[in-house]
Design a protein around this ligand. Structure first.
Ligand SMILES: *Cc1c(COP(=O)(O)O)cnc(C)c1O
Length: 484
């Protein structure tokens, strides 16, 4: 099926709009303001509705099907979050309004900071960064600023494990620092020997280490406390990539494990729809020693203007702030969604999120591993990684399996990441899927393995039923066509 453009279904004289009776006198537009040669499509209301409804159905969404895209936490986003974010009292705010007039919004931001502090085990939180990668950049700049403040300007190296998300080395380089890659050991942990050697070699120059825990293999590092101690012994700081907090909520706190800085992805763990390019939100939490360096402004309580009746919230700049990292106050609508999500679940609900996320991932891994090898086979956290290779079908690759899953009505897992697993398929079911869905997905993967042996071309030519077949993704990304 090829989708027709609106201009192709256009027919002269059709109109989708009914305009109200004009109640002012007609005045011609000034010369030169109108164009005769602007061929706007002429379509009926029915054409228009069907066109956009059909377009909306051409994409896969969490609201239409299972979306096990590892590391992306494509969980169900409760619709009440949307209702709250759309309340006129929030949407009609202007960032230049006086503090007196926006106490409700500041209340929400203050308490979201407090919730994130509690969840992560940190002393303070900034809500400014616009996304996870932006939070990383902010965090690295904070680490660097605190070391410069102590006069340690020779420090310019960050250690990053080879299982890291691509944004980790990218933000390090953007901060003007050098990245040293640390290999993983055979159990999927950071290789401690290699880490010791790197600390010996670069100790004096160490800004710190960026660690994702659970890592992108879905594994909790078994030596996390030793790693943190090692970095601290060499004067470095420990950065936690907290994009995926789904396995930790209410169970373990990175701050308690010794991390100094961490970013949260509100649009993953705390349920804002994502995947279309934003907006997201990547708040940063810091330990006591880094509070003064947070980007400005953060929301605090103005004691002088508070009384028994009411607390007065104000925006303030920490004393040694790295400055602004975002216009105004960050992505407020995403904060409303996260606040609503946290308030709806409460502490016990958040903990249940983590318990079910981990249970679902382990259940699914146990079903899948009969057909697909899981190279680092341990109890996993919120996700696991298997190899997209099938015995007896040497020409079938992770990409073919992923494309075939589309025919079965599932979004493919993340593939070819992390880089340390060959033909990686990274599967994150999230806590919001039922056993029935997980069973059906595992069954599809088993059937695909059989198809691969019996008739590999079925997979090579997949997807067969999707509105689009295989795209040249590199070409599409390099040659953006944003209008026609
Ligand atoms: C998603 C993700 C990021 C980056 O977050 P963005 O909001 O996409 O910038 C960083 N690290 C990990 C582990 C992630 O999964």
């Amino acid at each position: 099926m090829t989708e027709k453009l609106l201009s192709e279904i256009s027919s002269p004289g059709r109109c989708a709009a009914t305009l109200p009776q004009i109640d002012v006198s007609l005045t011609p537009l000034p010369e030169g303001l109108t164009r005769e040669d602007l061929p706007l499509p002429e379509v009926s209301a029915t054409d228009l509705m069907r066109h956009y409804t059909r377009l909306s159905q051409m994409n896969h969404a969490v609201d239409t099907g299972f979306y096990p895209l590892g590391s992306c936490t494509m969980k169900y986003n409760p619709k009440i979050n949307e209702d709250m974010a759309r309340l006129p009292g929030f949407t009609h705010l202007h960032p230049y309004q006086d503090e007196e007039n926006v106490q409700g919004a500041l209340f929400l931001m203050y308490h979201l900071q407090e919730f994130l502090k509690e969840i992560g085990g940190f002393a303070a939180v900034s809500l400014q960064p616009a996304a996870g990668a932006h939070g990383e950049l902010t965090g690295v700049l904070i680490m660097r600023a605190s070391q410069l403040d102590r006069g340690e300007d020779q420090r310019n190296v960050i250690l990053v494990p080879d299982s890291a998300h691509g944004t980790n080395p990218a933000t390090t380089s953007m901060s003007g620092l050098d990245v040293i890659e640390i290999p993983s050991d055979e159990r999927g942990n950071v290789d401690l020997e290699a880490l010791r050697a790197a600390c010996e070699e670069h100790g004096e120059r160490l800004v710190g280490m960026m660690l994702t825990n659970p890592n992108t293999l879905g594994l909790f590092d078994e030596h996390v406390e030793e790693i943190v101690d090692l970095i601290h012994e060499h004067g470095g700081l420990m950065y936690g990539d907290g994009a995926n907090m789904n396995a930790l909520l209410g169970i373990a706190r990175p701050g308690d494990l010794g991390f100094d800085v961490l970013h949260y992805n509100l649009h993953k763990t705390f349920s804002t729809p994502h995947g279309g390019g934003g907006p997201g939100s990547g708040p940063v939490g810091v330990s006591e020693g880094l509070v003064d360096f947070l980007p400005a402004p953060i929301v605090s309580i103005d004691q002088a203007r508070s009384d028994e009746e009411a607390v007065f919230y104000t925006l303030m700049a920490p004393s040694k702030t790295i400055g602004r990292v975002k216009a105004f106050y960050g992505h407020f609508g995403v904060m409303v969604r996260a606040y609503t999500y946290i308030r709806m679940l409460g502490p016990d609900g958040l903990r249940r999120v983590a318990e079910y996320a981990v249970l679902n991932a382990n259940y699914l891994m146990s079903l899948v591993k009969g057909a697909y090898r899981v190279p680092y086979e341990r109890t996993c956290m919120h996700e696991f990684v298997c190899e997209g290779k099938i015995e007896g079908a040497p020409d079938v690759h992770a990409l073919d399996i992923s494309k075939r899953l589309i025919d079965y009505g599932f979004h493919p897992p993340t593939n070819y990441f992390p880089l340390i697993v060959e033909e990686a398929l990274m599967i994150e079911p999230t806590e919001t899927e039922s056993k029935d869905v997980l069973d059906a997905f595992a069954e599809a993967l088993h059937r695909i393995a059989e198809e691969a042996r019996a008739n590999p071309d079925t997979l090579h030519e997949a997807p067969h039923n999707a509105p689009m077949r295989r795209l040249d993704e590199v070409y599409a990304a390099r040659n953006l066509i944003l209008h026609w």
